[in-house]
Design a protein around this ligand. Structure first.
Ligand SMILES: C[S@@+](CC[C@H](N)C(=O)[O-])C[C@H]1O[C@@H](n2cnc3c(N)ncnc32)[C@H](O)[C@@H]1O
Length: 379
């Protein structure tokens, strides 16, 4: 199996490199309106915003920043396939302007934009962050009523375009079965509060040519969303690529990807991260297998019945839907110029030793261990 990836240095208000209805999943985090670190980007795109902020015209500034993002949301409506899913990580903003402290509800404004575009909203995920922000206690301290609640969460908004996607051909159905995740992963990933991601605000290593902080989300965030809402060989888009975290997660998950980033300085950061992909991706898979092994061992210890067995890895699994789940290990990366990358995978890498038999029963079907998955091409 191989996947293709493309980095476009350009403005996401026009996704000209992306064809109509060609994207299965969008995972992204835009610049956040009314958060100071993004003022320059919004003001550069629309100089009137600077004047609005200087004259404390906050409602107009907030709306003007969102109108810039609306251009990208409109493009997503064009490029996403029917049944495709859009996941947007966004935080609200608090800010004092003209002496008045206020909350700016970015997540609500984006929900309204997608409703206008005709996408259906699905249940949101609250990403609960542990923060040591210095403004944790804002306002009048211990004296009521002027202290403010601290924002310690962000949203992952999820939208779908049209009806639920269908898997019709035997190949599509097979690929979907192989793209399954573990039962115990589902129980954590599909919870509406994610506690366990570390919200690292990473320093970039590009000689201060760009912003000193990248606002990157943790790898686990796009990785989970990609596993949850796409299948192997799908095309994932991130219109606000930043350091390329979504692209790395797509590569690790056997999905194609395309990303837009306006800041040229991020290109070298992204390429550097991609160079470290084999180690990262294979560590992610090893961790998933080890976690599963631990989980199953605990169930066996508790004498809980486990009826099914995975055909590739030969260990017990809880449900029949996990029987054909298979991992693709990154074998090789091929760079083509500064903007295109091919990732080649293998099924042959060593997996942890099979678990002791316990109460699990072997599957009836023949092992598909040596069968090659379909070749998928993009671009
Ligand atoms: C919140 S950061 C995304 C961080 C990314 N998720 C990561 O993990 O590194 C938003 C990114 O969007 C980029 N950006 C802002 N406006 C843009 C535009 N109009 N088109 C493309 N990229 C843009 C910024 O330079 C920034 O890197």
């Amino acid at each position: 199996m191989q996947t293709n990836h493309r980095i476009v240095i350009g403005n996401a208000n026009q996704l000209t490199a992306v064809a109509d209805q060609s994207i299965d999943l969008v995972v992204t985090s835009p610049p956040y309106p009314m958060i100071q670190m993004w003022d320059d980007i919004f003001c550069a795109a629309d100089p009137a915003i600077k004047q609005m902020l200087q004259s404390s015209n906050v409602d107009d500034a907030f709306e003007a920043m969102h109108r810039l993002l609306d251009n990208t949301w409109k493009e997503l409506r064009r490029v996403v396939k029917p049944g495709g899913i859009v996941c947007i990580n966004i935080g609200d903003a608090t800010r004092t302007i003209g002496g008045r402290f206020r909350l700016f509800g970015n997540h609500a404004r984006i929900i309204a934009a997608f409703r206008e575009l005709g996408l259906d909203q699905l249940p949101v995920i609250i990403w609960r962050k542990t923060t040591n922000a210095p403004n944790k206690f804002m306002g009048s301290g211990m004296y009521p009523p002027g202290a403010y609640v601290t924002l310690e969460h962000e949203y992952i908004l999820i939208f779908r375009l049209g009806d639920m996607r269908e898997f019709i051909s035997p190949e599509q159905k097979q690929n979907r079965r192989e793209s399954a995740y573990f039962w115990e992963e589902r129980n954590i990933w599909f919870s509406d509060v994610w506690f366990d991601l570390i919200g690292t605000r990473q320093a970039t290593n590009n000689n201060n040519k760009s912003r000193d902080r990248s606002a990157a989300y943790p790898f686990e965030l796009p990785y989970r969303l990609i596993q949850m809402f796409s299948v192997k060989g799908d095309v994932v888009l991130d219109p606000f690529l930043g350091t390329g975290t979504t692209m790395l997660a797509a590569m690790a998950g056997g999905r194609h990807s395309i990303g837009y980033e306006i800041d040229q300085n991020f290109q070298s950061v992204i390429l550097e991260k991609i160079a470290g992909l084999p180690k990262l991706a294979n560590q992610v898979l090893t961790n998933r297998l080890e976690q599963h092994e631990k989980f199953i061992q605990e169930r066996i210890n508790k004498e809980k019945e486990i009826k099914h067995r995975n055909q590739y890895h030969l260990f017990p699994v809880v449900t029949r839907q996990e029987a054909e789940l298979s991992f693709d290990w990154v074998e090789q990366i091929q760079f083509s110029g500064n903007d295109q990358v091919k990732v080649i995978y293998t099924k042959q890498a060593a997996a942890p030793a099979p678990l002791p038999d316990g109460p699990a029963k072997p599957p009836k079907k023949q092992s598909r261990k040596n069968q090659k998955p379909q070749q998928l091409e993009m671009f």
